[in-house]
Design a protein around this ligand. Structure first.
Ligand SMILES: NC(=O)c1ccc[n+]([C@@H]2O[C@H](COP(=O)([O-])OP(=O)(O)OC[C@H]3O[C@@H](n4cnc5c(N)ncnc54)[C@H](O)[C@@H]3O)[C@@H](O)[C@H]2O)c1
Length: 362
């Protein structure tokens, strides 16, 4: 295989915003076909990208000989069936988060990809934020000592607008938990390791959203976690933080405190880290060093484009690099399964009002 052919399944928001520009940066890689069940979305995506090969049925895209790898960017309930079919057909898989509807399904997906010998990746995009990568490097190097606390806050204002499939349990599985907190659960895994047990609360404040559409999912979620290391975690996410903005705006904080210091970053300032030193009165701002501005090997020019958007392209580079180098992608579907284990435990905890143990994965 000289040119890697990629097929995109689900040609909506994230496919166009992240994956198309991401693959455009990758050497010897071409998005050869698009799929979407909505003909208007498919026509628009084809027109915007110039990719003429389009399919309404994802089975057809997977069956194409020129598709060596697929991106699964559909609503969540389809991630499992598409990933299993792609693995069976010998295609590498980059799957959007949350990767599955349940932990059991997530494990089945990761196992199927391993058994088929294809590369597999979870689109935990924020692992590629330069400040996040630098922060992880410092934590792993031991600059803070053994972390005491991890906290994550994702506060946005989506008002009462219609969220489409995102507000329907049978299509999304969970609401704010899978939509926004999944990434932050992964931050915690990345920074302080696996969650051992947790207690969670989840609430739906809006049963009906704009246009009278019913929602049967949480629009606020919080998790109080105990990590296997003994560190504590407090994670909160909401779409109802009025006046906070949304998307690239809004609070997206990850912070770690240890005996020798604290580190914090917000995605809104992806090239800065806030550093707390022993005895200081407040955190100070430190620029992310040059060597962390792009993912190792990525041809992306860090001086080009809006840094709040452009780090996202590095995840497609990692997917292609892992395929070329015949090594596991980071993060893999196993990382997606680890997050799914926490999500399942959070749903059980909120339903039953008790602490729940989280199974260790891998
Ligand atoms: N990694 C990230 O930062 C990030 C950001 C946003 C969304 N996501 C994830 O990406 C996925 C898609 O989210 P989105 O915001 O792009 O949603 P979207 O609604 O904009 O796009 C999803 C597309 O899938 C299509 N689709 C539905 N059923 C299909 C089928 N049977 N076959 C083919 N296409 C089908 C829809 O028509 C739609 O165009 C979700 O899992 C979401 O959680 C991840």
């Amino acid at each position: 295989m000289s040119t890697l052919g990629v097929g995109i399944i689900g040609s909506g928001g994230i496919a166009l915003a992240n994956h198309l520009p991401g693959f455009a940066l990758c050497p010897d890689t071409r998005v050869v076909a698009l799929c979407d069940s909505n003909p208007d979305v498919l026509a628009r995506a084809s027109q915007q990208t110039g990719i003429a090969a389009t399919h309404a049925d994802w089975h057809e895209l997977i069956a194409r000989d020129d598709v060596h790898a697929v991106v699964v960017a559909t609503p969540n309930f389809l991630h499992g069936p598409i990933t299993l079919a792609a693995a069976k057909a010998g295609k590498h898989v980059l799957c959007e988060k949350p990767i599955a509807m349940t932990f059991t399904e997530a494990v089945r997906m990761a196992e199927a990809c391993d058994a088929a010998g294809v590369r597999h990746m979870t689109a935990f995009t924020y692992r590629f934020v330069p400040a996040m990568r630098y922060m992880t490097h410092l934590v792993k190097r031991g600059d803070l000592g053994q972390p005491y606390h991890f906290r994550a806050q994702r506060f946005q204002d989506w008002g009462d607008r219609n969220l489409g499939w995102r507000q329907v349990k049978k299509l999304a599985g969970s609401g704010e938990l899978g939509d926004m907190l999944a990434h932050r659960i992964d931050y915690g895994h990345f920074l302080v390791g696996p969650v051992a047990k947790l207690v969670s609360d989840q609430q739906r404040f809006l049963d009906t959203r704009a246009g009278g559409s019913a929602s049967d999912l949480d629009d606020w979620v919080a998790i109080l976690a105990r990590y296997a290391t003994g560190a504590t975690g407090v994670l909160e996410s909401t779409k109802l933080a009025t006046g906070r903005g949304e998307g690239h705006y809004g609070q997206d904080l990850a912070e770690v405190n240890g005996p020798d210091g604290s580190l914090a970053f917000t995605t809104q300032k992806p090239l800065e880290l806030r550093v707390g030193r022993k005895g200081a009165k407040d955190l100070e701002t430190v620029a992310v060093p040059k060597e962390f501005l792009v993912y190792p090997g990525s041809p992306r020019d860090p001086g080009q484009g809006d840094p709040v958007a452009t780090f996202r392209y590095d995840q497609d580079y990692e997917f292609v690099a892992a395929i070329r180098e015949n090594r596991p992608c980071v993060p893999s579907l196993w990382d997606g399964a680890r997050v799914q284990a926490v999500m399942d435990a959070a749903i059980a905890s909120a339903a039953e009002g008790r602490w729940v143990d989280v199974p260790l994965v891998g």
